[in-house]
Design a protein around this ligand. Sequence first.
Ligand code: GAR
Length: 222
Amino acid sequence: MKPVRRASVLISGTGSNLQALIDAIFEGRLELEILHVISNVADAPGLQRAEQAGIRTSILEHGRFAKRDDFDAALALLMSVGKPDLVILAGFMRIIGEAVLIPFEGRMINLHPALLPKFRGVDTYQRALDAGENIHGASIHFVTAELDGGPVISQVEIPVEQGDDAERLAARLGPREHELVVATVEFLTRHAVECDDGTLIVDGKSLDTPYLLQADGALHAR
Ligand code: GAR
């Protein structure tokens, strides 16, 4: 993938990560055009955030499609509007199939609230607490056919504190996720990042461990 200029964003809910991207663009910290925000939930609050920022929005409710493949085909069509360099799944709570994966392979990233490969899927906060983890976090990875299983580009870590429950952990991770999504997309605007058969290639060199978001708000090699 060549350095990214134009992106579309898929959401299902609050859209606070979308807002972080919009704010970074408006504040001149991120050189990116958001072409389109697509939600599979009609009343997702994130849609209003997009509208307020003057971004085109579309709603595609999966419940209106009898077959999963038909939803995926319609989604792929919407995603191709404006020919984005990158599609960002920011709280998109829907598993996508081949009709999307094939045309957008290597051009789709997902934000996941866990330190992948740990805790793929849902309820990541509670599962991390139940497992007695001392550190939790979030990851951004390329989307592949394997759920939350594509190559991880970047991560942010936070300590699990005494007395944390899932809600408290999620509340503390939220702002760090916002930083991670902005820093990672910003990185993708400046570097050529490829996903080659499960390996990440950054500016022609393979990356063995994901970048880590540091206190300075930037991604650094571990
Ligand atoms: C984020 O915490 C993101 O990590 C999570 O959904 C939230 C969306 O928040 N994504 C997943 O769980 C994907 N499996 P937002 O709508 O406020 O950006």
